[in-house]
Design a protein. Sequence first.
Length: 99
Amino acid sequence: MLKIKKVSEIVGKRVYTDSGDFFGEIEEVNLVENKIDSWRIRVSGAMGSFLGGARGVVIPHQFVRAIGDICIVSKANLPIQEESMMMSEGSLDDEEIEL
């Protein structure tokens, strides 16, 4: 059964990857032409270290797998592996990453 939620109810929800790892909390919803375009997620401290110390990421709506009491995002589409490799090269300076 499909349950409609207000966008304001989703802000602050906890975000997990589809493998069960805690990723962060929804901080903001980005709308384009009255449709959800992307989600700004405040990254948890543990995940932030994999993202070069970034405090947040912007995830396109198509990477969101489910929204209910929590939000589930596809781990395969997150920049964790790519960015951790870039960190060792010292080329990541931004505090927020956009996918």
